[in-house]
Design a protein around this ligand. Structure first.
Ligand SMILES: Nc1ncnc2c1ncn2[C@@H]1O[C@H](COP(=O)(O)OP(=O)(O)OP(=O)(O)O)[C@@H](O)[C@H]1O
Ligand SMILES: [Mg+2]
Length: 333
């Protein structure tokens, strides 16, 4: 299949229905080509000792869509994010010399990213947030935002060393930060220490910070985890607003209601591999996916979260089966 933008490409991002109609025409199979991919990944592997955490053969992410990456605990979702964004390196990384045969390769906006570091990936317009929030507690909310304007705070950022860089506050950055804080309802907290925010507010702050560089794609690792239910709707609205403004969103989430509610396309990972992709209403209830979730729990005790996830998957599967049965009976009437 060709990678050329489809005739519908101009209609979205603003027209979600056009995008969805286009996605509905795709074959729902792992690695399927998208009409207009912003990110294309080939043969990426990450091994830890004898264990293969990620082994993705091919994946394309559609521009302008909200794509959910789901899968049981330990499936490799976070490791996959780390690889794509340069926070970790593939075990089959390409080297400067030698053949690229079998080597990892991925491109974003047509640009090869295989040999780039996290800062350069962020500058290319692909930015991510972390499963465990990385809001810098001993800085104010506004200062956290200003860091986002320069480089993405990495796993080991030496705040003390970097401070002089961002302390020279360019007017523009402050204005952009304040606009975003207003949008995310954090403006009143701008001079508070980020450490004093609630878990959900920290998630919002991270998302707002990631937007400081106006990325073309944002990758969110469990944006809803630890978020107070009172803030979840606001988070959902923000993610949809991003998509409506043209930002491509790829997010990892265990909350299946959220996945079903906002995603245009769902990719399922289990044991490091993409085992399914497709429309949310179809792929989430496929037997392969339900099995992957249930199978992942065979050999260990279930924690509360796992029971919840598995329970929700079952509930959704039941709900979808009932809806389908009803549609069929209505049609045959
Ligand atoms: N630095 C590391 N060293 C060794 N093993 C690791 C490391 N990082 C991840 N792993 C292992 O790789 C596998 C995939 O982990 P990863 O965190 O990517 O899963 P995940 O899909 O994000 O899970 P969760 O939904 O629980 O966040 C797990 O078995 C994990 O223990
Ligand atoms: Mg994870």
């Amino acid at each position: 299949m060709s990678n050329a933008p489809s005739t519908n490409a101009l209609a979205y991002p603003s027209d979600r229905e056009a995008l969805r109609a286009e996605l509905r025409t795709l074959e729902q199979t792992p690695g399927v080509a998208k009409p207009d991919p912003i990110l294309t990944v080939d043969r990426i592997e990450r091994r830890f000792g004898g264990m293969t955490a990620v082994d993705v053969d091919h994946l394309q992410v559609q521009r302008g869509a909200i794509t959910a990456l789901i899968g049981p605990n330990g499936a490799g979702k976070t490791t996959f994010f780390n690889l794509l964004t340069g926070f970790d390196h593939p075990s089959n990384a390409a080297s400067l010399v030698g053949s690229s045969e079998g080597k990892a390769s991925w491109s974003f906006e047509g640009r090869q990213l295989g040999r780039t570091n996290a800062t350069k990936v962020a500058r290319a317009g692909m930015i991510r947030t972390f499963q465990l929030t990385k809001a810098l507690n001993r800085m104010t909310v506004l200062e956290n935002m200003l860091i986002g304007a320069n480089d993405q705070p990495g796993e080991n950022m030496f705040v003390g060393l970097v401070k002089p860089l961002w302390a020279k506050r360019e007017r523009e950055n402050v204005e952009r930060a304040e606009d975003l804080l207003r949008k995310f309802k954090l403006h009143e907290k701008r001079d508070d220490m980020a450490g004093g925010l609630s878990g959900g507010q920290k998630k919002l702050l991270e998302m707002a910070r990631a937007l400081m560089t106006n990325p073309s794609m944002i990758m969110l690792d469990e944006p809803m985890a630890g978020v107070n239910p009172a803030l979840t709707q606001s988070l959902l609205d923000h993610i949809q607003m991003l998509r409506d403004e043209g930002t491509t969103v790829l997010f990892v989430e265990h909350d299946m209601h959220m996945v079903r509610h906002i995603s245009d396309w769902v990719v399922v990972m289990a044991q490091g591999k993409i085992i399914a992709e497709g429309l949310p209403e179809e792929v989430m209830t496929s037997s392969a996916v339900v099995d992957a979730y249930l199978g992942a729990h065979h050999d260990r005790d279930l924690g509360d979260d796992d029971v919840l996830t598995t329970g929700v998957i079952r509930a959704i599967a039941t709900e979808a089966a009932e809806e389908l049965a009803q549609e069929i009976s209505e049609e045959s009437r």
